[in-house]
Design a protein around this ligand. Sequence first.
Ligand code: TYD
Length: 334
Amino acid sequence: MKIAVTGGCGFIGSNFINYICRKHPEYNVINLDKMTYAANPLTLQMLRKYKNHSFVKIDIAEAMEIEQILENCEVIVHFAAETHVDRSLQNAENFLTTDIIGTYRIIEAIRKIKVVKKYIHISTDEVYGSIEKGSFAEDARLNPTNPYAASKASADLLVLSYIRCYKIPAVIVRFVNNFGPFQHPEKFIPLAITNAIENKKIPLYGNGFQMRDWLFVEDTCRAIELLIDRGETGEIYHVSAHQEKRNIDVLKKILALLGKDEKLIVSVPDRIAHDVRYSLSCEKIEKLGFQPARNFDDGLVRTVKWYKENQYWWTFIKNSDEFQKYYKNKYPSL
Ligand code: TYD
């Protein structure tokens, strides 16, 4: 089988390629990535060890040759997106271009080439906005509260329209927050781990009582594999491992694992329109047989271990001019 993966040098995309290339040496995986700030070249170096992986540097929002590249692909998994809420609050333009126009180019190619059997569209719990109690079902009203979430909700709507109008074989999958190896250190968990390793202050927004539901990235990969196989065209699936944690409690666990003092935690001004809690009901994928393999504590131990053992990977990002500038601007008090 030939699979195209967009954004294969990003966090979840690279974990997915790693997972699928190892598990299915008979598959042929083509990785399309623009190599933005979020794609570490060291990740690509890691993926190059797989003989069944090939790489094309491409901006899916601009490229006109996308149809030729996707021509013989039976499956497309579309991860490529700008994903960091805080960056979308500083400047949303890239989010609109990559997340919406990028998706448009992919599904337009699918419509034209007609050989694709399954299109897995990667989405997020953030499209529904915050929920105080209970969980959102797959048909809940979209209510994005920041430009990132709005760009993902727009892309989802576009995909739904293509399912209806052109019967493209799309499956939309909305995940809760992912964590694990190869996640960019601008995100909450890797920022906390790497700052703690470096004995630097760890920024916590507001009181840290906001809740996120955490899924270990390998379980995400397993869910996608299941949906490639058994996901029904035209359907939306939610994936979670039902592991809600307050941000402050996540930080305390990380510091305990690293043997560091909680005094490293520093409260910084809260994010604008910070969603307090996300939650998804997941019976639909559970009926297909999905069960997460890793609990939060186990996943966190693995994640911390990975960041301890792969400092070259994240110091490469953290030492870059781009990151330094971003960090100073975002956390001026640290
Ligand atoms: P993040 O990793 O940015 O994911 P998302 O906003 O998409 O859920 O943030 C996870 C949570 O951690 C979120 O509630 C915001 C909070 N957070 C902090 O408290 N401090 C930080 O420095 C960052 C980046 C996030």
